[in-house]
Design a protein around this ligand. Sequence first.
Ligand code: 13P
Length: 243
Amino acid sequence: MAVGKIIIAGNWKMHKTQAEALEFLTVLKSNVEETDEAREIVLCVPFTALSILSKSLHGGKVRLGAQNVHWEDQGAYTGEISGPMLTELGVDYVVIGHSERRQYFGETDETANLRVITAQRHGLTPILCVGETKQQRDAGEAESVIINQLQKGLVDVDQSKLVIAYEPIWAIGTGDTCDAEEANRIIKVIREQLSNQKVTIQYGGSVKPNNIDEIMKQSDIDGALVGGASLDPVNFARIVNYQ
Ligand code: 13P
């Protein structure tokens, strides 16, 4: 069940060379030939793999995503990437405000907001990530933290071309998945904050072949943002082809 369009995205983070990316794609493609067209498959890969994957994906059912975009179209911003650089490569999606960007690279709700607006201006669909730490959850602050992230992250944002990923930080890369029903509850809280009820809201955090069926059974979860398990094409295909 789902409310918005179903989107299963892999976030490769800082993994895979171009050669490894191509090898992955060959295996993935052969495992998603029968996948229901209603399920959008997205690979959010390092900048260096975008070009080669773009050429190999052309016309296929897998879409391409980046992991960051700067809010200026060009300028003296060493290490950043711009919207026109991404759209030229046929990129459709971009992950914004991931907790790793917030934790290690100083991303804030305000900079995430600028990036979301810029992504949309260039025709990219932003995947805005929100989620609480273990400490915030234990203090009963999960809802308020997420609502605050959304209020700041969505200022002046067009909700007709938007994806939100609920990624509880304590569930990322830990194998400690958020209980599917609890993820669904929080995703309902997120939906209450939105003016467009059809926004795709994904769950992310230790999504694996053995828990995706339960996750996608929930009423309000419209997809997944998959880290570690998206690095193996057979595992990722199993997630995409959830029952
Ligand atoms: P894992 O699936 O490795 O927990 O990572 C989740 C994530 O951060 C996706 O963006």
